[in-house]
Design a protein around this ligand. Structure first.
Ligand code: GDP
Ligand code: MG
Length: 299
């Protein structure tokens, strides 16, 4: 039974091995949602449970302490009272000098006040003596809560890393259903991608009243994924805005989302998108839970 959750930002320069690490942690092929600068919210890299703890891995922009609001923080990223992440895992190359990007990330970590674990990756490529120099250099740069050498590729040090991250878990119910089967986090992410497109394509007022649910998810034998996506909105007027003239808007949203979903999953996707009016869906707690949102009531 899940009694604790840990939200962890995985930070690090491109190519340092973030996706490889997330795959090693989550234990299946989950990688990154296409970057989208227009929205400020976190993206979910992966979710996994170990023992009593649920780990939610987020990508880099996320390490701000205590920010709430449904409009900015989506699926699973909003915790009831405190939001923000519990810790940052800063991934670095096994190089004994600190690069500009690492310096910037360390500055951000310092400014956020969020505890950080230094993860030195690719240790399979260096000798022990070199590794000690790397540890030394970073130890001087910041008061890391822990320094964990790993090889994400070979799977070395992964358990030690989970042990360290688990120390930042806070008590509380799972952010995602505990009995979630493996495709379930993927469904959440798919719904999130669609919502991201709604935010991108529509006037503010409309997408903020919407919720997205994957109402059909079928993995065909030929590897193609068949999806039905249902967008719930508050008013008939919103519904017609989302659908747009001759269905053009919905088509555009669907196409943009499909491209990202395909890139994210690495498979071809057949997708149908529906729009339904659900009156005052926000007030319906059960329904919000069903969507995977934790609504903090602050709006
Ligand atoms: P990201 O851009 O930070 O997500 O980095 P990726 O996970 O895509 O990895 C970039 C490259 O580094 C890939 O070629 C990985 O195979 C490689 N890589 C990741 N982790 C390790 C590791 O522990 N050892 C070695 N030798 N290569 C790694
Ligand atoms: Mg990557």
């Amino acid at each position: 039974m899940i009694k604790k959750t840990a939200m962890i930002t995985i930070a690090g320069r491109p190519n340092v091995g973030k996706s490889t690490l997330v795959n090693a942690l989550v234990g299946e092929k989950i990688s990154i949602v296409t970057p989208k600068p227009q929205t400020t919210r976190n993206r979910i890299y992966g979710i996994f449970n170990r023992g009593e703890t649920q780990f939610v891995l987020l990508d880099t922009p996320g390490f701000h302490k205590a920010r709430t609001r449904l409009g900015e923080y989506m699926v699973g990223v909003v915790r009831e009272s405190v939001s923000g992440v519990d810790a940052v895992a800063l991934l670095v190359e096994p190089i004994p000098s600190i690069g500009t990007q690492e310096k910037l990330l360390i500055d951000q970590i310092k400014a956020s006040g969020v505890p950080a674990v230094l993860v030195i990756n690719k240790i399979d490529t260096v000798k022990k003596e070199e590794l000690l120099l790397v540890i030394d250099a970073y130890r001087q740069a910041h008061g890391f809560a822990a320094i964990v050498p790993i090889s994400a590729l070979k799977g070395d040090g992964i358990h030690a890393l989970i042990d360290e991250l688990e120390k930042f878990a806070v008590e509380g119910p799972p952010l995602f259903p505990e009995d979630m089967v493996t495709d379930q986090p993927i469904r959440q992410i798919i719904a999130e991608i669609v919502r991201e497109k709604l935010l991108l394509c529509l006037e503010r007022e409309v997408p903020h009243g919407t919720a997205v649910e994957v109402t059909r998810y079928i993995e065909r034998e030929d590897g193609i994924l068949e999806l039905d996506i249902t967008i719930y909105c508050e008013k008939d007027t919103h519904k017609s805005i989302i659908i747009g003239k001759n269905g053009q808007m919905l088509k555009k949203i669907g196409q943009m989302a499909r491209q990202d979903i395909e890139a994210f999953l690495g498979t071809k996707v057949f997708m149908e998108t529906w729009v339904k009016v659900k009156d005052k869906w926000r007030d319906n707690i059960a329904m919000i839970r069903n969507f995977g949102y934790k609504y903090d009531g602050s709006k």
